[in-house]
Design a protein around this ligand. Sequence first.
Ligand SMILES: Nc1nc2c(ncn2[C@@H]2O[C@H](COP(=O)(O)OP(=O)(O)OP(=O)(O)O)[C@@H](O)[C@H]2O)c(=O)[nH]1
Length: 316
Amino acid sequence: MRRVGDNDSVTSLGNTTTEGFRSGFACFIGRPNVGKSTLMNALVGSKVAITSSRPQTTRRAIRGIVHRPNAQLVVVDTPGLHKPKTLLGERLDSLVRSTLTEVDVIGFCVPADQPVGPGDKFIARELANVKKTPIIAIVTKTDIATPQQVAEQLLAVGRLGEFADIVPCSAADGFQVDLVGDLLIQRLPEGMALYPEGDLTDEPEQVMIAELVREAALEGVRDELPHSIAVVVDEMAPREGRTDLVDIYAHLYVERSSQKGIIIGHKGERLRAVGAAARKQIEALLGTRVYLDLRIKVLKDWQRDPKQLRRLGFYD
Ligand SMILES: Nc1nc2c(ncn2[C@@H]2O[C@H](COP(=O)(O)OP(=O)(O)OP(=O)(O)O)[C@@H](O)[C@H]2O)c(=O)[nH]1
């Protein structure tokens, strides 16, 4: 996958301001698990953010870049907004709030298959304070709702606030994903391209790799455990004398030793499965073979510990 920096030549930006060319930033906001990351990936046409059925998968503002002949849209995927229970939760919420003030247009995601609830209303109230930025309400996951449910949801969402547009879509089957892109782009200012053609994200490679490991580890774990998992890539380098193999050393952190046991599994089976699944994804990302050395460490209550949060890359 092409990322920013893969082609360092600024001249490749092609940044002559052609008349009518639009560029700028959009962010998706919504409760955890409503499909924000999946929609961003669908718009970009590539997996730039990990997704899972566990709430609170996204922990960073990840940027995906959508290229059109007449526009460049940078989508910022934010963590799901909810009432924070830990210091990590507070940091994630403040990340969302600062993102909201920095973008040209906001996409407010509400799933079609669940009634509008207190979580959606809480976000709608927050959005009412964002005065100048247009908001497009997006009713997601239409593929798992009946037409009647979708119609009712469009009306219910309409009652949540003032929106520039309300649009139903499904990232799973592609229904109206391009239209979502068009509507967001319409709200961007005229301006030159912000990233070189072909770049799909500006996430550093090591962060994307750590995220792929976390995604694999999230598979099949429940309750509080997903929240307790963090992954850091400590080192990565091509194997000496080889051009086709990269060595990656990573740590997976959990908060308690009981969690460590769950991740490792019976005779290490689960950890091996996580490593194998992650390696496959990383090899697809890097286009080379990968040796992944994955170790587990307990970092006691890291979600509540400012020092450990910094160590894991979550800053104030
Ligand atoms: N059927 C269906 N499922 C979807 C769709 N979009 C997302 N999902 C599923 O919903 C779950 C959550 O998707 P994410 O994209 O991770 O949701 P998110 O809003 O980014 O979640 P957080 O990171 O927790 O804020 C995953 O299991 C997705 O596969 C869709 O259009 N249709």
